[in-house]
Ligand binder design. Sequence first.
Ligand SMILES: [Zn+2]
Length: 624
Amino acid sequence: MAYRHAVSVCAGVQLVLTGPFELRLHGVIATLRRAWLMVPCRRGSVEVGRSREGYGVGGISYAPPVNDSDIDGSSQRDDGYWEMLAGQAPDETGFPVRPPAGSDPQASAMPTGEPKTPRAPVHLDGDELFGELADTFGYGAFRPGQQEVIEAALSGVDCLAVMPTGSGKSLTYQLAARLIGGTTLVVSPLIALMKDQVDAAVEMGISATFINSSIEFEERSQRIARLKGGEYELVYVAPEGLGASLGSVLDEADVRLIAVDEAHCISQWGHDFRPAYRQLVHLKSRFGVPVLALTATATQRVRGDIASQLDLVDPLVVQTSFFRPNLKLHVYKKGKHGDTQIRVKDYIGKICASRRGESGIVYTLSRKSAESTAQYLRSLGIRAAAYHAGLDAETRTAVQDDFIRDETNVVCATVAFGMGIDKSNVRFVIHRDMPKSLEGYYQEIGRAGRDGLDSDCFLFYSWADVIQLERMVSVGDDESSQRRHIRRMYDHAESEACRHATIAAYFGEWIEPCGSSCDQCADLGSELHEAPTPRAAKASKERKQELPAGARDLFEELRTLRRRLAGDRQLPAYMVFNDATLREMATALPSNHDELLAINGVGAKKIETYGDEFLAAIEEWLSR
Ligand SMILES: [Zn+2]
């Protein structure tokens, strides 16, 4: 039977096809069963036939249509999806052309001043970069992409870094700031989190502060005076702040690099558009310094938008892989799942109970279900709290702080929660309901496992979620785009292709099926299929984290010590050392400063502040 769909493609686009299906290209018909194929195409159409199990294009498999009359031979996607994959009407630089200045009323809100002459590049001797990396951050090697980004900043080149959460984005501008001298301005969207970002930098011995509307007048004046005096290596500001009185102060400061964090917020094509980001348009010409735009998630369209909105000049685009193998992706359809009836509430309870004491986030569609889920978890003795826009600001801040400081283990939240939270030890993320886009889903699961340790991501979904999400679609220009995102997310959940490969393909990256980190490629041994007693579930989790029994006890003791030290200094525990660093200590058993310094995540400032206490704890444990 030859059911056929024609798919329009743009010149140069590479279709990624996932089987099984029949493919007819230039008159040749091939039947592909669970195969992957990349086809470079000229403008035209490719016909994709259907076999019994479905058919797929673009890395995303579709469920077969309900009946044959749904297949009409016309294009499955006439919604611009393929044009999006191929990029938007690029100009000669490969990026879309920005609308003329003045077409956006927000764009002129920031004073432009006289454009400055670009500063001379910073020349480094060979070992300086690595020396500073080891000294300040305690790492012996860069993670992928970091070195390229830092070197671009030092040589005065603009850079667009698309690096997934957990790949060490903030290290790039922190290290560049130290090496480049003067002050680095960090534009960050979330005022509530600036204090934590600054605390983390200060813990590493970097001189940093933030200036925003939350600060008292007197304190603000002092910080501004120190900024003018060149005392800060890093200054965090909100985009709104640049248009206000702070704007003129910055002209007097020795700004040498500008880092725009969460840069996707500048694009209305992204999932987190913030109008205030449009005020950043004249940053480049105003300061005459390199601009480093950073984001964890950006489709090609969003990338182009960031580059043009920020006026980046021949930017170096650094993109590291979207594949994060330490995120184990589990997907469950609500209702029947094979022989198992999925009752979401029970399963969330089991997942959280078997990870007692560990940090997790449960995302829900409604405030009501955030509340009821949190209440249910508390009834199981789990330290859980709800977080949503219906709570007052004070409560929200308290929930966030408690979570960051490990006082609360599980936060049940609407999507309002989590952006910018740089908490390294989130061990699981659960979507109680289907999120409204694949981009949002990836952003949310990305909050797990930032320390690189294995973390589980559970997605529960149903067609009813699609209906409910479509009811929530806001009326306006992008109504059809919102609906498209919802359907694409559903396609992803239903797909039999590798979850990681599908997500990567959505962002324009081609990877092999992951083989071990998703429920399509491997048996992840989820407790949902076992008869989970807390003991059995715990055993399976411990097996996964692979710490020898003795080391595990010491690890727990070091965690206790960390909690005490963090409490004394009123810091989140992970800012002292993250879990990965403590695990390494528990296995390497350092006995002096040099050995301690060899551990990843231990820098000079950390040794000075905490070194002796951790060495003493290890020595004491060994002498028992
Ligand atoms: Zn996979």
